[in-house]
Ligand binder design. Structure first.
Ligand code: ATP
Ligand code: MG
Length: 339
């Protein structure tokens, strides 16, 4: 068992592994968690995960909600203030990219329809236009952004939203191929792709099990691109005792620890904390499959961005999102077969 993580949220800084979306995502100085200003719908969705266990296993771990009051503007060393979104509250989430030495990250936005019922006519039209011109329309998914580690230049290559918008149904495989950097060599590339496919399949299973609608949610995939670190992670993985596929079938108590009551301040467990009355947040011990703080990871794949997500019992599965998930999996399958 790992020791609890001490997280100092009052010294939050801008999140440095963001590959898509709006500004305003923050991280604690250690990088263990991200803090995302969020609207009610996304907060409600994360809070509901306590009742949706298998789904929770494919989302980042949810540590709680922070109130962003007037005094709580978060200031970077530069003096820049990050309260651009107008949200009153923020969610504290596991940083999916934490622990990687050189994380390569991709955000793939799901769905052909990218708006929910709350969207204005203008917004619907704007998003439908983007979908029609991109693989969102043809494949129910598009690359929203990515960054890869370039070993030779010792720097990241950043691909913005226009990169992913430039592909069509035929060329999108180039984007997927570019994401899995060639400098790693064929064997390591295959190891990464296999794990990404497994992660995507788990997301597909979670979406097939329950009835929901999530417009503009994303698959976030991260893999280790440092050659030494990935070899260590592969070795550790081989030596690690096998755990069950779905830890969320464990006891009710363990699950509750995982999703909602793991935030402790001064030894007291709380679900909602006021950001600036809080000093250090301590995140409780972690039983999760791939998120033990000390464990090296080869790859992590999660579903993120529930700003437009709801449970819709009786309405059937979310084919809009699932079609994108299947197409993304197929693209990685095809890349693997070609190697
Ligand atoms: N839990 C997380 N771990 C690691 N990175 C994350 C996490 N959540 C978000 N990110 C990063 O931040 C980016 C933006 O996040 P997200 O998609 O949730 O917000 P958004 O698209 O700006 O939000 P919204 O649709 O609510 O306006 C993602 O592309 C990803 O790079
Ligand atoms: Mg997003």
């Amino acid at each position: 068992m790992s020791a609890p993580l001490a997280i100092n949220i009052s010294a939050a800084v801008s999140f440095d592994n963001k590959v898509a979306g709006h500004d305003g995502v923050l991280q604690d100085p250690s990088g263990a968690v991200v803090i995302k200003p969020a609207a009610e719908l996304e907060i409600e969705f994360y809070e509901s995960l306590i009742l949706h266990r298998s789904f929770a296993s494919v989302a980042p771990k949810f540590y709680g909600v922070l109130e962003l009051n007037e005094q709580s503007a978060i200031t970077e060393a530069s003096g820049e203030v990050h309260r651009t979104t107008g949200a009153d509250r923020a969610i504290v989430l596991e940083n999916v990219a934490a622990g990687f030495v050189k994380p390569s990250v991709i955000d793939v936005k799901l769905g052909r329809q990218l708006w929910d019922e709350q969207a204005s006519i203008e917004k619907r039209k704007r998003l439908d236009d983007v979908a029609a011109k991109t693989t969102s329309g043809s494949l129910c998914m598009r690359i929203a952004g990515m960054k890869t580690w370039d070993q030779d230049k010792e720097d990241y290559v950043v691909y913005d939203k226009y990169y992913g918008r430039s592909f069509d149904i035929k060329t999108v495989k180039e984007g997927i191929d570019t994401f899995i950097v060639k400098a790693l060599g064929t064997d390591r590339r295959k190891e990464v792709i296999r794990r990404i496919i497994t992660g995507i399949s788990r997301i597909a299973e979670a979406l097939e099990k329950e009835e929901s609608r999530m417009y503009s949610a994303s698959i976030l995939a991260v893999y280790e691109s440092d050659p030494i670190a990935i070899d260590e992670a592969l070795k550790e993985e081989r030596e690690r005792p096998k755990r069950s596929h779905d830890d969320y079938d464990e006891s009710e108590e363990e699950f509750e620890e995982m999703v909602s009551e793991t935030v402790e301040i001064n030894g007291q467990i709380v679900e909602q904390v006021s950001m600036f009355s809080a000093g250090d947040i301590v995140v409780g011990e972690d039983e999760d499959e791939d998120e033990d703080a000390d464990e090296k990871s080869v790859c992590r794949v999660k579903l993120i961005d529930f700003a437009h997500a709801t449970w819709t019992p009786g309405e059937g599965i979310d084919t809009n999102a699932l079609e994108g998930v299947y197409n993304l999996r197929r693209l990685f399958d095809e890349l693997l077969s070609a190697l």
